[in-house]
Design a protein around this ligand. Structure first.
Ligand code: WT7
Length: 655
């Protein structure tokens, strides 16, 4: 690897606290800590300035911020269009011919594509006209079930261009998960592909779509030909993308959207098994997407930005689409598996396109670390200057490996904390300010008020572990509701500490400097390889098996994925546990949610520990499995279940 000295980060006292070098500071958009105090004096005034400078508005807002907790609005009366901000405003400048998306297919060869801003603009306009011609208009929902191909951005931008609300569903989700989301979002149209490549093989997507769409109100499915494998087209419903695009006009006037008009819905896991449709609106989301992309990653025009997240997650929405495009950046998009055909694929891509900013997940870093240092060492990674992580806490070993072997000990790592609900990053150390400390995410973004509370709602002093909460004025990009479920919005985020405090459901510790260390979810959400799911979702899939009467799922630590689900299953009277049954149960999870959520093991039990009100004590199970003290069990209704569990765990261990 070439040694570059330009961006050396200084670990002056060798305490594992890294400060930006003078070069980094000089280049950075933000390098003066005074910004935090300035912003905090009057967050709405601060955000108004950012919204005015970063986003093009058709009409300026009458009022910056208004709240009636738990509801709030930003840039009231302001008018804008997200697609205009990502495209139109660039095409009359020198950025017209700048690469917007550099697409790397999994199978190398002639499939590589580079879309300039003008290319993207034309395609988005055309597809916006296609959608209109099929009767899609402002406020209508469009479900997108697409792999990592540039068309996914084209469809998203075409939706926001005409004011349609997109809902992207992760392409590795099962047909049942897709069906659940379609039933909730009620779209007229789904946009999908025949398939995509994964591990060198074409994966068919269309059969999933056929199953998921049957019996719903979807009238049209638009299909992109990606693999070219033969598929069944349903007459009157299925339409080919390329046929529609060939006839479409190349200009579509952007719809003038209100700042608080819905922009998209994205489903994520909540405390129950039913996924919730998180609603984001236009003005606040775009403002936060633009500024967090620019400042958090210190993104400049000459950068090559690569966020490895799938578009099916919020990270993909904000940092693989709206943020970088609103900034006029060049971004890399990769279709396939990170280790195909070999474990150096990512490093090859970094070298091939001269990636300067790489944003990824701790789980990927742990995987590459396990593959060995020799893989990145084969490639010139000296173009990299900023690294980022997201999705779960990063452990020190993974941080150090990323820092040394990928960043050549010269690139700051920004550990970014946020959620589907927050729309954009809320916590990280800024590259021109620092400090970058392994396992510590950093300060909240200027103008964002976060605090650590105890159980009772009292702010905790530095060093004490508590609950991370958001205070008014709420972040511009924070969710505005749950689709069709206002009650759930309140119950999930605004009952723990009342209407005027947003409860993140994360644990955190703050230090004297205002840096946050995140300590993990405090609810039943588990993070498997950065993917968010709830124990209840997995349990529902398991109990859908006719032989299972009850199930409980707990997270167990995993070296690469961070956490994996472990399943306890109670069988119907007379049914004998067997390997075959365990395999069937796992298959249920694969089919109903997707293989990402697959339990590591299924343990058959005769009873599950319960409270008197019938709630399963997952905490007890978690402690049992990890050989921790069981803890307070005074509320337990069936203490004998514990002894039985211990016995069956012991016999399991002997197998
Ligand atoms: C949950 C949100 C935000 C985009 C991807 C995940 C955990 C996220 C970090 C981090 C520790 C983190 C939290 C959060 N999380 N980033 N840097 N350090 N934990 O979005 O699927 O909505 O998950 O991910 O627990 O609540 P999501």
């Amino acid at each position: 690897m070439k040694k570059a000295t330009k961006w050396v980060i200084e670990d002056a006292e060798h305490k594992g606290i890294y400060w930006p070098s003078a070069e980094l500071k000089n280049k950075a958009w933000v390098s003066d800590t005074a910004i935090y105090a300035q912003a905090d004096k009057d967050p709405p005034a601060f955000w108004a300035k950012l919204a005015g400078e970063g986003i093009d508005w058709y009409r300026k807002w009458r009022k910056v911020y208004e709240e009636k907790p738990p509801h709030f609005k930003w840039f009231i009366g302001g008018k804008l269009n997200a697609s205009y901000n990502c495209l139109d405003r660039h095409i009359n400048t020198w950025r017209r011919n700048k690469a917007a998306i550099i697409w790397e297919p999994e199978t190398t060869g002639a499939r590589n594509r580079v879309l300039t801003y003008y290319d993207l603009y034309l395609q988005v306009n055309k597809f916006a006209n296609v959608l209109k011609s099929l009767g899609v208009g402002k406020g209508d929902r469009v479900v997108i079930y697409l792999p990592m191909i540039p068309e996914v951005n084209i469809v998203m931008l075409a939706c926001t261009r005409i004011g349609a609300i997109h809902s992207v569903v992760f392409s590795a989700f099962s047909h049942q998960a897709l069906n659940d989301r379609i039933k909730s979002a009620e779209p007229k149209i789904i946009v999908t592909a025949d398939g995509y490549y994964r591990d060198g093989q074409p994966v068919n997507l269309k059969p999933n779509v056929d199953e998921a769409v049957a019996g719903t109100n979807i009238s049209q499915a638009i299909i992109i030909k990606e693999t070219g494998k033969a598929i069944k087209m349903i007459k009157g419903r299925d339409l080919w993308w390329h046929e529609l695009m060939a006839q479409a006009d190349n200009y579509c006037e952007p719809e003038v959207m209100d700042s608080e008009d819905q922009m998209f819905i994205l489903y994520t896991s909540g405390t129950t098994g039913k996924p919730k449709g998180v609603i984001h609106t236009t003005g606040g989301y775009m403002t936060q997407a633009y500024w967090t992309t620019k400042w958090d990653f210190d993104l400049h025009d000459e950068d090559v930005f690569w966020c490895t997240a799938d578009i099916g997650w919020i990270t993909g929405h904000t940092y693989n689409c709206y943020g970088p495009l609103a900034c006029g950046a060049t971004m890399v998009m990769y279709e396939g598996a990170p280790d195909y055909p070999q474990p150096d694929r990512w490093w090859q891509i970094v070298a091939k396109y001269g990636v300067t900013i790489l944003y990824t997940a701790p789980t990927a870093i742990r995987m590459f670390k396990q593959y060995g240092d020799e893989w990145p060492a084969k490639h010139d990674l000296s173009t990299l200057r900023i690294l980022g992580t997201v999705g779960e806490p990063i452990d020190r070993a993974a941080w150090m490996w990323f820092f040394e072997h990928i960043g050549g000990s010269r690139c700051p790592i920004i550990d970014t904390w946020w959620q589907t609900e927050t729309g954009g990053i809320l916590i990280n150390a800024l590259p021109g300010i620092g400090p970058h400390i392994p396992t510590v995410a950093g300060r909240s973004f200027p103008g964002i008020r976060l605090e650590v509370f105890d159980e009772a709602g009292k702010p905790l002093p530095p060093g004490e572990n508590g609950y991370l909460v958001g205070k008014s004025p709420f972040a511009p990009g924070l969710l505005r509701g749950i689709h069709h479920d206002p009650k759930r919005y309140r119950e999930q985020y605004f009952v723990q500490y009342g209407n005027d405090i947003y409860f993140t459901n994360d644990g955190a510790i703050k230090d004297e400097m205002g840096n946050f260390r995140l300590t993990g979810r405090v609810d039943d959400v588990i993070k498997v390889a950065g993917h968010r799911l709830t124990t209840a979702e997995v349990e529902n899939a398991i109990t859908s098996h006719p032989s299972v009467t009850e199930s409980a799922v707990v997270p167990i630590p995993d070296d690469i994925k961070g956490q994996v689900p472990l399943a306890f299953a109670k069988l119907k009277a007379g049914v004998q546990p067997s390997r075959k049954l365990a395999a069937e149960i796992i298959e249920r999870v694969d089919k109903t949610i997707g293989p990402t959520c697959r339990p590591a093991r299924v343990l058959f039990v005769s009873d599950l520990p319960k409270t008197r009100s019938g709630k399963t004590l997952r905490r007890v199970l978690k402690n049992l499995i990890s050989n921790q003290p069981i803890g307070n069990i005074t509320t337990i209704a069936n203490p004998q279940s514990i002894e039985e569990l211990k016995k069956s765990l012991a016999s399991e261990a002997n197998k």
